[in-house]
Write a protein that binds this ligand. Sequence first.
Ligand code: C5P
Length: 225
Amino acid sequence: MKQRLMVALDVASTEEALNIQSQLAEHVAWFKVGLRLFVAEGAPLIKKLLQSHKVFLDLKFHDIPNTVAQAIESAGALGVQMVNVHAAGGADMLKRSVAAASAFPDMKLIAVTVLTSDCMPAEQAKKLAVERAILAKKSGLDGVVCSVHEVASIKAACGNGFIAVTPGIRWGDQDIQDQKRVADPTFAIQQGADYLVVGRPIIQAAIPANAADEAVTMMQRGLQC
Ligand code: C5P
């Protein structure tokens, strides 16, 4: 299950990121680098992380098709194993992204459907997420980022092989913070999520490795029941 847990390195510097990476080295296989860290530290940090882990570059590209395709080429050249665009960018942008990513067969290209922090009513979010997932699938992408509550509908519409990456993971009495549509690791696996993205519940824990192990244990429980 640790192959399916992605820890969001939402920190400000290479020093902090590598400190977390070393604490979690044996506990997770993936790190997710988002806007804050990439803007601050860029490609050199990605290369360091890639020496021992897989990297999901979560920059949610959303621009005109040519610009996004060029950004995907740059992500592929970095050697990351996963990158994303925003499905709201539309069919042309998605198709151009797929064409650009095809030069990097080891890199998965996925689309954000609806942010898990979006406050639209749950049913509306699910409908939009499924519509955007279908568009992403038709455009040739490998999968989507969605909330746990949308995974089953998306898999039903797009097939089991279509990857579902789910942020908005919380368990126990953790604060949901700015997330709206949250779920715990056991339920996420039961719903069919392929990868779970966890940020603050792990990186801000007193002992991040223990929090990561706890998430993995809960994920394993999802396979058993
Ligand atoms: O700290 P927390 O577990 O809420 O972090 C979730 C991570 O997943 C953040 O890095 C956030 O940018 C990212 N994310 C998200 N919802 C999406 C896509 C990405 O929360 N739809």
